[in-house]
Design a binder for this molecule. Sequence first.
Ligand SMILES: [Cu+2]
Length: 65
Amino acid sequence: MISFSVNDMTCGHCVSNVTKAIKAVDQGAEVRIDLATHRVEIDSTAASAADLSDAIKEAGYTPVP
Ligand SMILES: [Cu+2]
C-alpha cells in the first residue's frame, strides 16, 4: 500500500480530483481517501509511489509521503 497526506484536499471535489488523477495512472488502483485526516491510501500494482505522487501534483495538490 502507498499512502500520502494531502493537506490541501479540503472537500469532496478535491477527493474526486485526486481519485481521477490516480485512476488516470492506474485504472485498476484501489483508492481510499479520508477527507477528515487528509489521508490517501492506494493499492496499485501498475504504478509506483513516484508516479502517483506526480499525478496528484499535476492535479494541483501537494502529496506528502
Ligand atoms: Cu475541494
